[in-house]
Design a protein around this ligand. Structure first.
Ligand code: PMP
Length: 452
């Protein structure tokens, strides 16, 4: 691959479901002005969603509202996991803000209560938690610990992975494109796509071969394996949940090579997949490190990494850890409220029930439809793999984008993922109701009918 400075300066491929700024003139006048104003102050690095970007002023539960009071059904945002503006989270943050907001260098009971409750959701082997503000920071810390504990530098990721934005973490986030070079010690493997790699022989064999080759290549370059890191639902790779257990052979190979397994739960974590608190649990494996973020505080910045305690013995003795905002009193209050609401409102059960209905009905609806290769996912994390035809399975990002924007015009917000942007991505706040699901399914039915 050409990685000359000229190549690195070329624009990476456009963001999936990104607004195309060259079409600004086609938008309504007031939206054009807001976007120009945005560009003037925020500069050129930011992106907007949809062919006609959405301007929001308010959120409530599973709905978003624009300045004209129009209601949008939110089928995309996993950060407000217990619903937009949930009163319990709002009250918890408000009360804590009035009382105290300080850092982890003081003894405070709330962080201890929360940590004990959260750690109890993990397998017993995982016993320590360290707090950060973002998922990127959590992955950065996890990789630092993995390198320290193993004495190795090599990293294996899937080819469409996103793990974050720091200099280190972006170097193992291939989905950022050619403008962000991978680190010299990073190797990529294919995602666990059973449709495309599970046809001849088993998917497990394919993945085992991939990981073995990556480890051998690292060794050939004199590099040992520090860690394999994977998003447990493979969100940016195109959403892969089944067959359950497909990660097991990879982890066996990784451990045999002296490396660690880091489960990135920023996307599937906090009960979204409906069957368990954490996405890795459906694969029957125990990670060495788990990272989490986005939904943890329903929008208040809080993220974390959870470790097998033995990994932190030397690291903790020799390296001081302090994060000014990570795990402060207000962030913990928000996180505690989220944990309580997930339990009290049975949101894991709701994910399974409503997500199950969406999966089942989408499978029925798309049966025999040449452009849908597969409907897959777990709980309220559903992907629809759009292709030109079922024989070649050629990813069809244009059709996916057409559906995303057709739904947006009906004020139903979904998006797409996968390397070619061809997988419709449905990932709503977790109180998504059966009525919400009906509204979504009706709109998708209309979109699929127009393809027949
Ligand atoms: N890991 C995964 C799987 C993610 O999807 C993201 C964010 N999209 C991150 C890590 C980074 O999290 P943050 O944006 O909070 O830094």
């Amino acid at each position: 691959m050409d990685i000359s400075p000229q190549t690195l300066r070329k624009p990476s491929k456009p963001m999936v479901n990104g607004f195309d700024p060259s079409r600004l003139d086609e938008l309504p006048e007031h939206l054009q002005e807001s976007i120009r104003r945005r560009d003037r102050s925020l500069g050129p690095g930011y992106r907007l969603f949809y062919e006609t970007p959405v301007e929001v002023v308010r959120g409530q539960g599973t709905k978003l509202f624009d300045s004209d009071g129009n209601e949008y059904l939110d089928v995309y945002n996993n950060v407000p996991c217990v619903g937009h503006a949930h009163p319990r989270v709002v009250a918890a943050v408000h009360e804590q803000m009035q009382k105290l907001n300080t850092n982890t260098r003081y003894v405070q009971e709330s962080i201890l209560d929360y940590s004990e409750q959260l750690l109890a959701t993990f397998p017993a082997e995982l016993g320590h938690i360290m707090y950060t503000c973002t998922g990127s920071e959590a992955n950065d810390l996890a990789m630092r610990v993995a390198k320290y504990a193993t004495g190795n530098q090599g990293i294996i990721v899937t080819s469409g992975a996103y793990h974050g934005l720091t200099a280190e973490v972006s170097s193992f986030s291939p989905s950022l494109g050619v403008g962000v070079p991978l680190g010299p010690n990073v190797r990529v493997i294919t995602p666990p796509d059973s449709l495309r790699y599970g046809r001849e022989g088993s998917l497990e064999d394919h993945l085992r071969d991939q990981v073995r080759a990556a480890i051998a290549d690292l060794h050939r370059h004199g590099v040992g394996l520090a860690a394999f890191i994977a998003d447990s639902i493979f969100s940016s790779d195109g959403i892969f949940a089944d067959p359950a257990g497909f990660l097991r052979p990879i982890i066996e190979e990784v451990h045999a090579a002296g490396g660690l397994y880091i489960a990135d739960e920023v996307q599937p974590g906090f009960a979204r997949t409906g069957e368990a608190w954490w996405g890795f649990q459906r694969h029957g494996i125990v990670p060495d490190i788990v990272t989490m973020g986005k939904p943890m505080g329903n929008g208040i910045p809080i993220a974390a990494a959870v470790f097998k305690p033995e990994l932190l013995v030397e690291f903790g003795k020799n390296i001081r850890y302090f994060n000014t905002f990570g795990g402060n009193s207000v962030a913990i209050a928000a996180a505690q409220a989220v944990l309580d609401v997930i339990r009290e409102e049975s949101l894991m059960e709701n994910s399974l029930k409503v997500g199950g209905k969406i999966l089942t009905e989408l499978k029925q609806m798309t049966r025999g439809l040449e452009q849908v290769a597969e409907v897959r996912g777990s709980g309220l994390f559903v992907g629809v793999d759009m292709v030109t035809d079922r024989a070649t399975l050629t990813p069809d990002g244009d059709t996916a984008s057409g559906i995303v924007n057709a739904l947006r015009d009906q004020r139903i917000l979904i998006s797409a993922s996968g390397a070619q942007g061809n997988v419709l991505k449905l990932r709503p706040p977790m109180p998504f109701s059966l009525d919400d699901a009906d509204r979504l399914l009706e709109a998708l039915d209309g979109a699929f009918r127009s393809l027949r």
